[in-house]
Design a protein around this ligand. Structure first.
Ligand SMILES: *Cc1c(COP(=O)(O)O)cnc(C)c1O
Length: 372
């Protein structure tokens, strides 16, 4: 049995080699590399995919989050509610605009932010909520939008991990006032480099996001805000245009493999398999299990040639970068417990059923020799 990598981007992208070659040649021959027809075409296609009126291509997911907050005018003195168990990027975007991230614990079952915790964390300074569709599962968007409306605050979805997921039949990235996503190579829809996008239904936010990504300028050499250089490259847009049509079937393949894992891992050791909220779907960006023996299991699987990862080993409140916030160990116990027990198993289009069964077999062997 060959080694099973955690993720195989090489075979994933090389299966599309001739289309991607074609995309490269189209851009090369066009002689136009920044904000041209490929970016416009991808923005149209991605907006349609997201069920939003507009999509704005930017350089990466972190910039998409950051620009979304700029568009809303979030800044100094404002508070933004974010999950305590997210990737650091969600918090960084809040810090970049000078606002304060306020952490709210996830549900222990779904790992997505708990709407009850959101309501308890709202103060007169709260300007926005940033739900994250973690590991590919849609957060509880109906409850979150109701809270936002009740208190008159904005919602910015961090959809970096969940392109193609739904809540109540509506796509993630289409609920919030303005939303962000990433096309980092390892995401479900990945470019061949960094890339990201903003989605919104609001024509004014669409125009302002376009300005922020391009030096604060809508008209060349007229600058209205202190903008950024955060444009989606023509080349990446051309690659993404080739990859987007495959996303539905690739997500379906991830879901199928996830179901296979879940069925076969029932009752194995102390393993907890992923749980979906009512009305939420998942595109299984990651297949994350939990076990108290996480570190030993990871080491054992590595010895069998099976790659796994931890998303994420240190929650944001315990990061050196956030020392100044004065958050303490024990303050967000659910985020800490997830960080100590979670393990992401190999899952990607192209992974075979036999591979999944091989991974499961070795997990069973591990627990047979490491029980109680
Ligand atoms: C990947 C990711 C981001 C950042 O995206 P980049 O393109 O790497 O900047 C933000 N939030 C979450 C939840 C992510 O997984």
């Amino acid at each position: 049995m060959p080694a099973i990598p955690f993720l195989d981007l090489q075979s994933l992208n090389c299966s599309l080699e001739s289309e991607l070659d074609q995309a490269f040649h189209d851009v090369l021959r066009s002689g136009w590399f920044i904000l041209g027809e490929h970016v416009s075409a991808f923005e149209r296609e991605y907006a349609q995919f997201s069920g939003t009126r507009y999509a704005v291509g930017v350089a990466n997911g972190l910039d998409a989050l950051h620009i979304a907050l700029r568009v809303l005018g979030v800044g100094y003195g404002d508070e933004v509610i974010v999950p305590s168990n997210t990737y650091i990027a969600t918090l960084l975007s809040v810090s970049f605009v000078g606002a304060t991230p306020v952490l709210v614990e996830p549900r222990k079952t779904t790992y997505n932010i708990n709407p009850e915790g959101i309501e308890a964390a709202i103060t007169s300074r709260t300007k926005a909520i940033m739900p994250v569709h973690l590991y590919g599962q849609a957060a509880e968007m109906e409850a979150i939008m109701d809270i936002a409306e009740k208190y008159g605050i904005y919602v910015v979805e961090d959809n970096a991990q969940a392109h193609g997921a739904f809540y109540n039949g509506k796509p993630t990235g289409s609920f919030g006032h303005i939303n962000a996503t990433s096309f980092y190579p390892g995401k479900n829809l990945g470019a061949l480099g960094d890339a990201g996008a903003i989605t919104t239904d609001n024509p004014d936010y669409n125009i302002r996001a376009r300005s922020w990504r391009n030096y604060g300028s809508q008209k060349k050499y007229y600058n209205e805000v202190l903008g950024y250089n955060s444009r989606l490259d023509e080349l990446q847009a051309a690659f993404l245009l080739k990859k987007l049509p495959l996303l539905y079937s690739q997500n379906a393949e991830r879901e199928r493999l996830a179901t296979l894992y879940t069925q076969n891992l029932q009752g194995v050791g102390d393993i907890i398999t992923p749980v979906l909220a009512d009305n939420a779907s998942s595109v299984f960006h990651l297949y994350v299990i939990r076990t108290a023996k996480r570190d030993a299991l990871q080491e054992y699987l590595a010895q069998q040639g099976i790659g796994t990862m931890i998303h994420y080993p240190i929650p944001p409140h315990l990061q050196e970068a956030y020392k100044h916030q004065g958050w303490k160990k024990g303050q967000f116990p659910i985020a800490e417990e997830i960080a100590e027990t979670c393990l992401s198993l190999p899952l990607y289009p192209g992974l075979s059923d036999t591979n999944v069964e091989y991974v499961v077999e070795h997990i069973k062997r591990f627990f047979a020799t490491h029980s109680a």
